[in-house]
Write a protein that binds this ligand. Structure first.
Ligand code: C2E
Ligand code: CA
Ligand code: CA
Length: 312
């Protein structure tokens, strides 16, 4: 007969709980614990494996991007910005593409988040700025023409980085088009005061500042009142509501009214139809970017595109 172990617990109201267990029962419990430990061990091992694989994957993406940067594979594409009233070219947005050595061209949604996550957005933006300035030594544009480059809020909060950008512009001052930086409202500034101070410095230097994707993100009208912005870019999401019953039509109206009241320049983005251009013209918004006029294109094509305008 196996030994019996008893445990007594005094409960309220004078009751006593007695738990009895023999050696076989104890051995069963030990076995259960062993299984649990083995299971936990397997889970820990799998988690470590998944973590290290993810780490390796991130590392290899980072290495790929770094190699792409070293080989100059990140190149600017240019999308024209047109004044619908005068039909003149007033500027362009610079949009990065990754041109791999086999000639394949990747759009930004496939890599830009990774570039930002591994902080390689800093060298990438500087490389793009440098290429834009070099490209524009080959063409003649109007004095008011403005080439607009995308930056992240974190880049705009970084005085060191912005000083480096100004140095790049300074080194190529003759034949340099007006440069604007556009920052998306979709990502948050971490230090708005720092951003304001850096942006004020940039603005004093003559760089225009645009709020991209206005109405879609974090800052809203508070950014517009705090930061020294010149322009708001009205997102395609709102332009798409023109001629529809979509509720966001009212937001489009509110953005346009706000732009006029505060004397901010407005650029309508993602314009694809003449109906949209006509509606915007009625609301006194004439600066248009969208496939209706042209898609982003490499410099060799943009160079020919520029030639059709009168200042050549
Ligand atoms: P974004 O800054 O809002 O740029 C506008 C996007 O809308 C571009 O996409 C452009 O090709 C597209 N687009 C313009 N007009 C039309 C239109 O009429 N119809 C449609 N369907 N699309 C239109 P893209 O070039 O693929 O760029 C996507 C995003 O990648 C950009 O959005 C921007 O957030 C980011 N990005 C691009 N270049 C850079 C860069 O150099 N630095 C950073 N940080 N982000 C960049
Ligand atoms: Ca943009
Ligand atoms: Ca945009």
């Amino acid at each position: 007969m196996s030994k019996l172990y008893s445990f007594k617990y005094k409960l309220d109201n004078g009751y006593t709980l007695v738990i009895s267990i023999n050696e076989k029962g104890i051995n069963n419990i030990k076995k259960e614990y062993l299984y649990i430990f083995i299971l936990l061990g397997i889970i820990c091992f799998l988690l470590c494996l998944a973590f290290s694989l993810n780490h390796d994957k991130n590392k290899s993406i980072q290495q790929l991007i770094q190699q792409g940067l070293n080989k100059g594979e990140f190149i600017p594409y240019y999308q024209p910005i047109i004044n619908s009233k005068t039909q003149q070219l007033v500027g362009c947005e610079v949009l990065v593409r990754w041109k791999r050595c086999n000639g394949e061209i990747f759009p930004p949604y496939l890599f830009i988040k990774n570039v930002e996550n591994c902080h390689l957005i800093y060298p990438m933006t500087k490389s793009i700025l440098q290429q834009v300035l070099t490209d524009f030594t080959q063409v003649q544009v109007d004095d008011n023409f403005c080439a607009s480059i995308n930056v992240t809020p974190q880049q705009l909060e970084n005085p060191q980085f912005m000083a480096e950008c100004i140095n790049i512009i300074e080194s190529q001052k003759t034949h340099c088009p007006n440069i604007a930086l556009e920052v998306t409202e979709r990502m948050k500034f971490t230090d708005i005061d720092k951003a304001k101070s850096v942006m004020t410095h940039l603005s004093d230097y003559g760089i225009k500042l645009k709020l991209d994707d206005a109405g879609t993100g974090f800052g809203g009208f508070s950014y517009l009142q705090t930061l020294p912005l010149d322009t708001i870019k009205i997102d395609k999401m709102f332009i798409d509501t023109i001629g529809t019953n979509d509720m966001k039509r009212d937001i489009l109206k509110a953005i346009i009214n706000f732009g006029h009241e505060t004397n901010l320049e407005m650029i309508a983005e993602g314009v694809e139809t003449q109906q949209q251009v006509d509606y915007l013209a009625k609301k006194n918004v004439h600066i248009i970017q969208g496939y209706l006029y042209a898609q982003p294109m490499p410099f060799c094509k943009f160079k020919r595109y520029i030639k059709q305008f009168s200042y050549n």
